[in-house]
Design a protein around this ligand. Structure first.
Ligand SMILES: Nc1ncnc2c1ncn2[C@@H]1O[C@H](COP(=O)(O)OP(=O)(O)OP(=O)(O)O)[C@@H](O)[C@H]1O
Ligand SMILES: [Mg+2]
Length: 302
């Protein structure tokens, strides 16, 4: 697959001035306004002329986390890709509206997308190895993203990359900087990807099954990391997971999707405690067997 692509993950125009952390950008929105808002979004496959996603609506304000759960093929990833402006070639948003930092994405030019990706919205997907170039040291790949998108000089970009590797709690950032993807575990690679995704301090991060392939301990560490980023920086999250426990752990609001339809949506605790739709009940029943309880039950002294 392609090397870590600055455009997929993060982005600032190559000619942007060095950005300080509080520099006002063109994408700034007041703290209460949604960073991302989907209104009745419908996605169609142009080849078959079939509607695949039948209307998704949610608002993501700073610091908020929205979860999307549901069966395989229900349209979770397509919904995320639509919001990121990276739908597969023959898919299109055929109805509804997606606003990113207050702008209808349908009106965005490629150049405006380049400004928004990374700085406003960023993403981490499953299978981190496929987003990294196997022949280039991971640190250099992050530094390149920073250099190209934030306009930092090489030395500063390197410093910032090491800092980010530390921020995602890789134990020896300097060492990891100089390692190749094959030298790192899946959990370490996913952290590298998260480091790249947050490099330009996005307002919203889409994590699509970002921890699915990882073992339970590493998964928990990465979820904690996302929760911490959210707390500390007001990062807003879209968390796609087949795992209700992950969503229960992280999200304020949850959408339950089945066959392209949002069958239930609401405050996470309410939906998981008092599901209204049979399909949600089924999902919860399936999860009860492996420990959703501990995320839902109020903590008792033991
Ligand atoms: N690149 C693509 N080409 C053709 N069909 C696609 C493509 N991506 C998705 N689809 C189809 O669109 C529908 C929704 O897919 P999507 O990837 O959004 O599902 P999902 O909810 O993310 O599933 P999963 O839990 O397995 O990741 C599925 O029927 C899928 O087969
Ligand atoms: Mg998916």
């Amino acid at each position: 697959m392609s090397p870590l692509s600055p455009d997929t993950l993060t982005s600032r125009p190559a000619d942007a001035a060095e950005k300080t952390f509080d520099a006002p950008g063109t994408t700034d929105v007041p703290a209460t306004e949604p960073v991302l808002a989907l209104h009745d979004v419908r996605i169609t496959d142009r080849v078959t002329d079939r509607e695949i996603v039948h209307g998704v609506t949610f608002e993501l304000t700073p610091g908020k986390a929205v979860g999307i759960v549901g069966e395989s093929g229900s349209g979770k990833t397509l919904t995320c890709r639509a919001a990121l402006g990276i739908l597969p070639p023959h898919f299109e948003v055929a109805g509804g509206r997606i606003d990113l930092a207050g702008t209808d994405i349908a009106t965005l030019t490629p150049r405006q997308w380049t400004d928004l990706r990374g700085a406003t919205i960023s993403a981490v997907f499953q299978d981190p190895a496929s987003y990294l170039n196997p022949a280039i040291k991971v640190g250099a790949q992050i530094a390149e993203v920073i250099r190209v998108k934030q306009g930092l000089k090489r030395r500063a970009a390197r410093r910032r990359a090491v800092e980010l590797l530390g921020a995602v709690r890789l134990r020896d950032p300097e060492l990891v900087y100089g390692q190749y993807p094959y030298e790192l575990s899946g959990g370490m690679l996913q952290r590298v990807l998260i480091a790249a995704a947050i490099a330009v301090e996005p307002r919203a991060l889409v994590a699509d099954e970002a921890t699915t392939a990882l073992d339970v301990t590493v998964q928990a560490e990465i979820l904690d990391l996302l929760a911490e980023l959210r707390e500390r920086t007001g990062l807003a999250l879209v968390v796609v997971s087949h795992d209700l426990a992950v969503v229960a752990h992280l999200c304020d609001e949850v959408l339950v999707m089945r066959q392209g339809e949002v069958v239930e949506q609401g405050e996470t605790h309410a939906v998981l405690h008092d599901p209204q739709h049979d399909y949600t009940r089924l999902l919860i029943a399936e999860h009860d067997s492996y420990g959703l309880d501990k995320f839902l039950a109020p903590k008792e002294a033991s």
